[in-house]
Write a protein that binds this ligand. Structure first.
Ligand SMILES: O=C(O)CCC(=O)C(=O)O
Length: 262
């Protein structure tokens, strides 16, 4: 029988809007993810800032670093294996309550010194899609240990019953865009979840979350997979087409030319 969450795990998820699942990924797959993350990170053709797949982030030292690839599933059979992993798929479909499609997949390196993320609900950037917030769920998979020092993600429990950001997003990719208001966050102290490699956290597209900069000398790599309720169709291709169009506009406005996707 396919892997599923227990009813007690589902109750926790529904109450808090997230659930920590230790040791979801087995040692073999984890070792291969670790190797493939290293390989793609050192591939200079991917790290080219003109590549739409590669996203830069500011660092505490005042520079920028390529800190994310989005998407990743076409970069390695190991990433494909992760997406189709029985436990990963089972967790996603347990929460959605039926079959799911892969919607989005990204790898965040959280390089030494890379900035964190202000509190936000992922749904804010997905709200125009033809799917309700409950139909989009994400799974964070830790490749490195995550701690307070290296910028582990903090989740705000119980704030996932509502969308808290009605602002029009003028600067879609700006770090101050689409943040959850502080009076909303004040209702529920955030919970920072320390993770071991292979752990997962499943969270709703409405669960506010944030993270601090990485203050250590090592990466804090995590893969974020988002799945959509298959009842709303396969949204991945139209989503990425639209996303890339916005990225092109944003980068062209910043004077960047010769953009490509590799
Ligand atoms: O990796 C992190 O520190 C947080 C990333 C995040 O919140 C996001 O990509 O939505």
């Amino acid at each position: 029988m396919a892997y599923q969450l227990t009813s007690s795990q589902l109750d926790h998820y529904r109450r808090d809007g997230y659930l920590h699942l230790p040791a979801v990924i087995g040692p073999d797959l984890l070792a291969s993810l670790d190797g493939e993350c290293r390989r793609v990170q050192s591939d200079s053709s991917l790290k080219d800032p003109r590549n739409l797949r590669a996203v830069a982030r500011r660092t505490l030292a005042g520079g920028t670093v390529i800190d994310r690839y989005d998407p990743i599933c076409d970069l390695s059979p190991s990433f494909e294996r992760l997406i189709h992993d029985d436990r990963v798929m089972g967790v996603a479909s347990s929460v959605v309550g039926g079959p799911v499609h892969l919607f989005k997949d990204k790898l965040i390196f959280k390089n030494p010194g890379a900035y964190g993320y202000g509190a936000h609900q992922d749904y804010t950037v997905w709200r125009d899609l033809p799917i309700p917030a409950e139909g989009l769920i994400s799974i964070l998979i830790a490749v490195d240990p995550a701690t307070a020092e290296n910028g582990a993600v903090r989740f705000y429990p119980g704030l996932h019953h509502q969308h808290h950001c009605e602002d029009e997003l003028k600067d879609l990719f700006g770090p101050a865009s689409g943040l959850t208001p502080s009076n909303v966050l004040a209702r529920a102290p955030g919970v920072l979840i320390d993770l071991d490699p292979g752990d997962a956290v499943i969270f709703s597209s409405l669960t506010p979350h944030d993270s601090a900069p990485n203050q250590t000398e090592h990466t804090r790599r995590a893969i974020f997979l988002t799945f959509s309720d298959a009842a709303y169709g396969d949204l991945r291709l139209p989503y990425y087409a639209n996303f890339h169009q916005h990225l092109r506009q944003d980068r062209a406005a910043a004077g960047e030319t010769d953009l490509f996707f590799r």
